[in-house]
Design a binder for this molecule. Structure first.
Ligand code: TGC
Ligand code: FAD
Length: 391
C-alpha cells in the first residue's frame, strides 16, 4: 500500500491560506538547504551559525508578527508555522528567532517609547542588532518576582546592579532587554531597561559545557554599576506582568516550534524503520514499531490542531495565558516523548549525531525548562481550574 504523508492525518493544508502555506514552504526549504547540512557540526562544536542571520532577516523572520517598523506583520498562524519549520532544524535556531522577535522586539514594541521603536525595531528586523531578554537570575528562575537586580536613579541615568543567568543570545547581543526592580520606588516595581553592548559595567560571559542547546549562544549578564541613560527605560513597562506578557508571545511560539522538532524525529524514525532490516524484514513491519510510530504521529497531529486553533484565537485577541500554558506544557512534553521514542527506534545509531533525534531530545530538555517549566505551567492550569494558588 502507498503510505500517506503525516500531514494527511489532519489535512492541515486545508486549514491554511495560500500565503500561510507559501511562507511555511519557503522556511522549510531554507532549513533543508542551508541549515540541516551544517547543524550537526555546529551542535558538536558548540557554535551558532551566525553567518545565516542576514539570510534569516532577509526572509522576514525576525519580529515577523510585529506590524510596521520594517517587520513582516504576519498573522499568528504564519508566525507559528515559521517557528515550526525553524525548529524542524534545531531548537537553537528557533530560540534565536523567538528571543529576538517574541521577547526583545516585542518588549520594545509593546512597552517602548516611539523613539525606542523607531531606533531599534528596523535594525533588529534586518538582523543588524541582535538582542537578548534578561529575566532569569541565579537565584530566581521560576519565581522571577524574587529578582535582585536593581536600577537606581542617579541624575540623568539609571545605575543597574545584578546578574542574569541562562540568557539566550547574551554573548552576542548588541542590546539587552533587562528586567530590574526600580530602587527609587517604594514598591520596587519591576521595569524593563535597554542596555547597549558597549556600556561600561555590562558583561556577558558565555555559559559553556552545555549538553543541550549546543547550537545556540547562552550566557550570563553581569551588571556592575552599569550606568544607562534615563531614556533607556521602557516607559510603559510596569510590574511582573510586563515580562510575562512578552513570555505569552514566546510560549505560544514554543508550542509551535516543538511540533517541528517532533516532526523531524518522526521523519527520521519512519525512514529508519523502513530501511533497517532485522529478523529478515524492515523493523517498520513489526507491530511494536508501528505502535510507536502511530503514537508519535497522533500526538503531532493533535498538537498541530491545537496550535492552529489557538493561533486563530490569538488573531481574534481571545487567546488566554492559561491556554498558552496548556499548549506549551502539552506540546513540549509530547515532543520530548516523541524524540525519545524516535531515538530508541534508531537503536545504537540513535545516539549518533548522524541522526536528528538525539540532538532534538537533548535540546527539548531545555525547552521543557525554559519559558516556564512543565511544573509551572501545571500550576498555572491548576490555579485556572481550581481558583487556588499552589505556587
Ligand atoms: P502573579 O501574582 O501570578 O502575577 C504577577 C503579575 O503578572 C500578571 N501575569 C501575567 N500577565 C501576562 N501574562 C501572563 N502569563 C501572566 N501571568 C501573570 C498577573 O496578572 C500579575 O499582574 P498584577 O498587575 O496583578 O501585578 O505572579 P507570581 O509571582 O505568583 O508568579 C506567577 C508565575 C509563577 C506564573 C510566573 O512568575 C511565571 O510564569 N514563572 C515562570 C518564569 C518564566 O517563564 N521564565 C522565563 C524566562 S525567559 C526564557 O526562558 C526565555 S528562553 C527563550 C528561548 O531561548 O527561546
Ligand atoms: P528553578 O526555578 O530553580 O526550578 C527547579 C525545579 O523546581 C524545576 O523542576 C521547577 O519546575 C521546580 N519548581 C520551582 N518552583 C516550583 C513550585 N512552586 N512547585 C513545584 N515545582 C517547582 N531565561 C531568561 O530570562 N532569558 C533567556 O533568554 C533564557 N534562555 C534560556 C536558555 C536555556 C538553554 C535555558 C536552559 C534556560 C534559559 N532561561 C532564560 C532560563 C529559564 O527560563 C529558567 O531556567 C526557568 O525559568 C527555570 O528556572 P530555574 O532554572 O532557576 O529552575
Amino acid at each position: 500500500m502507498e503510505p500517506i504523508a503525516l500531514d494527511q492525518l489532519t489535512d492541515i493544508d486545508s486549514m491554511l491560506t495560500d500565503d500561510e502555506r507559501l511562507t511555511r514552504d519557503t522556511v522549510r526549504q531554507f532549513v533543508a538547504e542551508k541549515y540541516l547540512p551544517i547543524v550537526g557540526e555546529h551542535f558538536e562544536a558548540h557554535t551558532f551559525p551566525d553567518h545565516l542571520v542576514s539570510e534569516i532577516a532577509g526572509l522576514g523572520l525576525l519580529g515577523a508578527s510585529i506590524k510596521g517598523y520594517g517587520c513582516a506583520g504576519v498573522n499568528a498562524v504564519t508566525y507559528g508555522l515559521i517557528l515550526q519549520e525553524l525548529e524542524y532544524g534545531d531548537s537553537g535556531l528557533r530560540s534565536f528567532v523567538s528571543v529576538q522577535g517574541s521577547l526583545a522586539m516585542y518588549a520594545i514594541y509593546r512597552f517602548g517609547s516611539e523613539a525606542q521603536r523607531q531606533h531599534w525595531l528596523p535594525r533588529m528586523a534586518r538582523g543588524e542588532a541582535i538582542s537578548c531578554f534578561g529575566l532569569t537570575e541565579p537565584d530566581s528562575g521560576s519565581d522571577p518576582g524574587a529578582m535582585r537586580t536593581t536600577a537606581r536613579p542617579d541624575g540623568d541615568a539609571y545605575v543597574l546592579n545584578g546578574s542574569k543567568m541562562w540568557i539566550t543570545n547574551s554573548p552576542v547581543c548588541d542590546v539587552a532587554v533587562v528586567w530590574a526592580k526600580l530602587a527609587a520606588d517604594d514598591h520596587q516595581t519591576v521595569r524593563g531597561f535597554l542596555v547597549e553592548r558597549d556600556t561600561p559595567g555590562f558583561d556577558t560571559p558565555s555559559i559553556l559545557r552545555k549538553m543541550s542547546m549546543r547550537a545556540s549562544h547562552t550566557g550570563e549578564i553581569v551588571l556592575s554599576d552599569c550606568r544607562i541613560p534615563k531614556e533607556n527605560l521602557l516607559p510603559a513597562s510596569r510590574g511582573l506582568g510586563s515580562p510575562l506578557a512578552c513570555l505569552n508571545q514566546a510560549r505560544f511560539g514554543v508550542s509551535w516550534g516543538v511540533m517541528g522538532a517532533a516532526r523531524a524525529c518522526f521523519d527520521s524514525a519512519l525512514d529508519y524503520s523502513r530501511s533497517r532490516v532485522q529478523f529478515g524484514v524492515p523493523i517498520g513491519s513489526k507491530q511494536l514499531i508501528q505502535e510507536h510510530l502511530v503514537d508519535m504521529a497522533v500526538e503531532i497531529a493533535k498538537g498541530q490542531l491545537m496550535n492552529v486553533h489557538f493561533a486563530r484565537l490569538k488573531d481574534e485577541g481571545r487567546l488566554t495565558p492559561y491556554q498558552v500554558s496548556m499548549a506549551k506544557k502539552n506540546n513540549v512534553r509530547q515532543a520530548l516523548a516523541i524524540a525519545r521514542k524516535a531515538r530508541s527506534i534508531h537503536g545504537a545509531s540513535g545516539i549518533s549525531l548522524e541522526h536528528a533525534p538525539i540532538r532534538h531530545l537533548l535540546n527539548l530538555e531545555s525547552v521543557y525548562t525554559y519559558e516556564g517549566t512543565d511544573e509551572i505551567h501545571t500550576l498555572v492550569l491548576g490555579r485556572a481550574l481550581t481558583g487556588l494558588d499552589a505556587f
